[in-house]
Design a protein around this ligand. Structure first.
Ligand code: GDP
Ligand code: IMO
Ligand code: MG
Length: 424
């Protein structure tokens, strides 16, 4: 039962979309297991760039079935926009997209509350896609699921019950207008007609497929350090991007997982607020942002940039069980004569044994660096590992030593074909 889990190893935007698209050439199914339209996964084929928020990045390989699992929070408006975008490129997704009937819906009040909370107390720097409020409702057992769309009576009752509470909050805490029950019911019944053909029991589908020995990629969104349990809380998202989330988010057993690949950017970025030990400021940060085009795929916000952090990736390897790395964006470092890499942290004169996830220690610690020589050579046309410059190989080898994870894939450009496999 070969399930290969692909996880983001840092703070998201490591290039998961690109690698999943590439690997999906050889699988039957690609399934997203958590998050929602806060994700922005970029796939570049030829000259064309596609940004996916909810639909798995396997959609560009026509033999692949794409699944949105029960762990995902689905914004039907965002989903329909994405389906339309794909159709406008002539992509036929009929019978190739399946959506779990148990996935929770993002409702208009989730997006509104997300934005209002951020405006009043902008601590997290969320994407404003309603993710936190939707997962709050899921866990407080008041959420509305896709299956609820099927029955008008159930849907009306659930929306009414939710609005009774949400309208009080909107009006009394935020001084906003109340939302109208009938408008939302109309809108969501309309959505139901448009997405109904994709909805099914995806856990049943996936487990049957696994029995037939079909191969599958589980595509994580976000990254380990944004994980609600293992990330830099409270500056995290509201789901479990780490590999364990693939089981609960898809309804497949842990025993089905045969491989876990961590997508690792050759340096570090973060969007939104929160601690970032190796963050750069000023000109160095601007350079990395420009070379790497580090602007959010969902919100367009400039990403914060910094050096590679081996302490962080070692931690990520532990909480995910990463067995191999795909190192992305190596080409972005090509103009540097020297490349600092963080090997560990010191706090109050002591070397830390592991990555601390509390804000206080993260803000105070001092990263320790070693400097590696740059290769000063363009990498974007290289297709064979052995053709990489010696110093680029030295950089990769050092990252392998420092993180304890072998690298298997090296990405040297955004395009699908700018991917180098290392023989292992
Ligand atoms: P994801 O959220 O992990 O899928 O990553 P994003 O798509 O948000 O961000 C990664 C960005 O880097 C996108 O613009 C990709 O097109 C781009 N990208 C991916 N791999 C590479 C690479 O190896 N080199 C360069 N230069 N760009 C890359
Ligand atoms: P992909 O899948 C990078 C960040 C937000 C914010 C925090 C919480 O493209 O890697 P949320 O809207 O989830 O409540 O925001 O998480 N964030 C991401 N950062 N890549 C993402 O997804 C992200 N999804 C959420 O910037 O700091
Ligand atoms: Mg992204």
């Amino acid at each position: 039962m070969p399930v290969h889990v692909i996880v983001g190893s840092q703070w998201g935007d490591e290039g998961k979309g690109k690698i999943v698209d590439h690997l999906s050439e050889n699988v039957d199914i690609v399934a997203r297991y958590q998050g929602g339209a806060n994700a922005g996964h970029t796939v570049v084929i030829g000259q064309q760039e596609y940004i996916l928020h909810l639909i798995p990045s396997g959609i560009f390989n026509e033999n692949v079935i794409c699944v949105i699992g029960n762990g995902v929070v689905v914004d039907p408006a965002a989903l329909l926009e994405e389906i339309e975008m794909l159709r406008s490129f002539g992509l036929d997704i009929k019978k190739r997209l399946l959506i779990s009937h148990n996935a929770h819906l993002i409702m208009p009040y989730h997006k509104l509350l997300d934005r209002l909370r951020e405006e009043q107390n902008s601590r997290i720097g969320t994407t404003g896609r309603g993710i936190g409020p939707a997962y709050i409702d899921k866990f407080s057992r008041t959420g509305i699921r896709i299956v609820d769309l099927l029955d008008r009576e159930v849907l009306c009752k659930k929306i009414k019950t939710n609005l009774e509470e949400k309208n009080k909050v909107l009006k009394q805490i935020y001084g906003e207008e109340e939302l109208q029950v009938d408008d939302i019911i109309e809108q969501y019944q309309e959505f139901d007609k448009l997405i109904d053909e994709f909805v099914t029991d995806t856990s049943f589908y996936l487990n049957n497929a696994l029995k037939e020995n079909k191969t599958m990629l589980a595509e994580g969104a976000q990254g380990a350090l944004l994980d609600i349990d293992h990330g830099t809380y409270p500056y995290v998202t509201s789901s479990n991007p780490t590999s364990g989330g693939a089981c609960t988010g898809l309804g497949i057993p842990p025993t089905a997982i045969t491989k876990i690949t961590g997508i690792v950017k050759a340096y570090t970025t973060r969007v939104g607020n929160g601690p970032f030990p190796t963050e750069l400021f000023g000109e160095e940060s601007d350079l990395l942002r420009r070379w790497g085009n580090e602007f959010g795929a969902t919100t367009g916000r400039p990403r914060r940039c910094g050096w590679f952090d081996a302490m962080l990736v070692r931690y990520s390897a532990r909480v995910n069980g990463i067995q191999e790395m795909a190192i992305t964006k190596l080409d972005v470092l090509s103009d540097l004569s020297e490349i600092p890499v963080c090997t560990g942290y010191r706090l109050n004169g002591k070397i830390l044994k592991t990555f601390p996830t509390d804000e206080k220690r993260l803000d105070k610690l001092e990263p320790m660096y070693e400097t590696l020589p740059g290769w000063k050579q363009t990498l974007t046309e290289i297709t064979q590992y052995s053709d990489l410059p010696e110093r680029a190989i030295q950089y990769i080898t050092r990252l392998e030593e420092l993180t304890g994870i072998p690298a298997r894939i090296i990405s040297v450009g955004a395009r699908r074909d700018q991917t180098v496999f290392k023989d292992v």
